[in-house]
Design a protein around this ligand. Structure first.
Ligand SMILES: Nc1ncnc2c1ncn2[C@@H]1O[C@H](COP(=O)(O)OP(=O)(O)OP(=O)(O)O)[C@@H](O)[C@H]1O
Length: 228
């Protein structure tokens, strides 16, 4: 379980995260949802210790952040994470050489699943295929937790569906996944837990199943909570 407890982050005098607390369980997809600039990326950066926090605590499986706890987490930002001059195959080889947790069999499977070609150069890929490569590189790591910043942003509906299918497939297995998004629409069926964030504050946190049982979509609840 990843526990974010009472996290405060300021840039200068501006509070970007104001007492943020939530948990993300293994085996579940937790989605941080909020409009642009509301603090979602900052939360992922804080979990990865890429930005220092002012106060609060982040625990991964009850452990404070350490070299060991990081080996159980992979972070996929919303930008190209390998050298654009590489081919997909070269990027996979790079990852294999660099990470002990690289799972070549799963990587090959994902390549087929996303219908990507190993010989294609990363710089020549469409936005959707670039996102798929990022996701492939993250999902091929045998880690317990996967953090993904805006994996569906700006991607056409067909690619979004393919990516969503990878999440519901055995490929994600029992990983704990945290994704951020501002466009929930057609991917809401793959989400287990929703954390709504507005201006650096968690305004609601709920199981997606609860909403479904009440006959509401996540978008309905977002409207109720965020539109004032
Ligand atoms: N390095 C920085 N210095 C100053 N302010 C920053 C810095 N990084 C982020 N911010 C501010 O923190 C706030 C939250 O940014 P963050 O990127 O976490 O939001 P977000 O919800 O991920 O937005 P988006 O959906 O646009 O990616 C924004 O107001 C942003 O301008």
């Amino acid at each position: 379980m990843i526990e974010v407890k009472n996290v405060v982050k300021k840039y200068g005098r501006k509070s970007v995260l104001k007492d943020v607390s939530f948990t993300a369980q293994k085996g579940e997809v937790t989605c941080l949802i909020g409009i642009n600039g509301t603090g979602k990326t900052t939360i992922l950066n804080a979990i990865m210790n890429l930005v220092p926090i002012n106060s609060g605590e982040i625990l991964i499986d009850n452990q404070k952040l350490s070299k060991e706890s990081y080996e159980t987490v992979a972070f996929i930002p919303d930008t190209i994470i390998t050298m654009p001059s590489m081919t997909i195959g070269q990027a996979m080889t790079f990852m294999r050489d660099f990470y002990d947790s690289w799972n070549q069999e799963r990587a090959d499977e994902l390549l087929g699943f996303f219908r990507l070609k190993a010989e294609d150069k990363i710089s020549s890929l469409s936005k959707g295929n670039t996102a798929k490569v990022n996701i492939l590189l993250g999902l091929a790591l045998d880690v317990d937790y996967l953090l993904m910043d805006e994996p569906f942003s700006g991607i056409d509906v067909f690619s979004r569906e393919e990516i969503a299918n990878a999440f519901t497939d055995y490929l994600v297995e029992d990983k704990g996944v945290i994704i951020t998004t501002h466009e929930i629409g057609d991917v809401e069926h793959l989400i287990d837990h929703v954390v709504l964030i507005d201006e650096g504050t968690i305004v609601k946190s709920f199981a997606a199943e609860e909403a479904r049982e009440e006959g509401k979509s996540i978008v309905d609840i977002m409207r109720e909570v965020l539109v004032r």
